[in-house]
Design a protein around this ligand. Structure first.
Ligand code: ZN
Length: 254
């Protein structure tokens, strides 16, 4: 099998929801599910706290349709998991190597995922703005209870006030609006955009992808985002819990 990494079209163009690509391979799994590997994709695989996109893939103008139920990335190769819904008249699977295909990403799911992911980054900025200098750890930007975990704790007597302050700050920034920029940058430029700090896992020879919300310092990220903070509409900081040196901040978007 061709082991070249899949080109990630959503990396540079997050707004495109339909595109064209070519089949690299079509795999039939033991569980009855199939996996389609393409030269390039606009489908966001699950990762970085963001769920996978869903949608469908068609062959040219033919009836055959591959419903994409899940998307995962392994060693740089993106696997679109799902099922062929309409076989050709003679029951043949049309997704052979080299076939030109059209990709269609489900818009409402992508939009919600992007809003929840951008809101997680906005929360990081608000934490700093209200004087909580805790380092962000795990982010979970799924619709069923999104949260960000921070290393360190907030004293119990301050939690209630900080929760209100965070929410007020987030909604003030959303009302003000601000462009969300995503760019793949040389290390030095990325460092500058991130306020002089990049995590250790970003190697000096690499060209990290940086997301920057308004005028706040950016950070490395592989996800999809809104174009402007105003698209978040509103944000609620629903709960703050501290446990074993970790502060978990739960949120929702309006
Ligand atoms: Zn991110």
């Amino acid at each position: 099998m061709d082991s070249r990494p899949t080109k990630l079209d959503y990396y540079t163009d997050m707004g495109t929801l339909s595109s064209e690509s070519t089949v690299v391979s079509f795999l039939k799994g033991d569980d009855g599910r199939s996996a389609l590997i393409l030269e390039s994709t606009i489908f966001h695989p699950q990762g970085g706290g963001q769920p996978a996109d869903t949608g469908f893939i068609t062959v040219g103008d033919r009836e055959a349709k591959f419903a994409v139920e899940d998307v995962r990335s392994r060693d740089g190769i993106v696997y679109h998991y799902g099922n062929v819904e309409n076989l050709a008249g003679d029951g043949v699977v049309e997704f052979e190597t080299g076939k030109e295909v059209r990709l269609h990403v489900d818009e409402s799911r992508r939009k919600l995922n992007s809003r929840l992911h951008s809101a997680g980054h906005l929360l990081d900025i608000c934490m700093k703005n209200v004087g909580l200098r805790l380092e962000p750890g795990k982010g979970y930007h799924f619709p069923d209870g999104p949260f960000v975990e921070y290393k360190g704790i907030i004293p119990p007597s301050e939690i209630s006030n900080k929760q209100k302050e965070l929410e007020t700050e987030a909604n003030a920034l959303i009302s003000k609006g601000g462009e969300v920029c995503v760019a793949i940058l040389p290390y030095d430029k990325a460092l500058e955009q991130c306020g002089g700090f990049l995590p250790d896992y970003i190697h000096k020879e690499s060209t990290p992808r940086i997301v920057k919300l308004g005028s706040s310092p950016g950070c490395p990220c592989g996800g999809t985002h809104v174009n402007n903070l105003s698209e978040l509409i509103s944000m609620k900081v629903s709960q703050i819990r501290t446990k074993k040196g970790v502060t978990k901040v739960s949120y929702t978007v309006g």
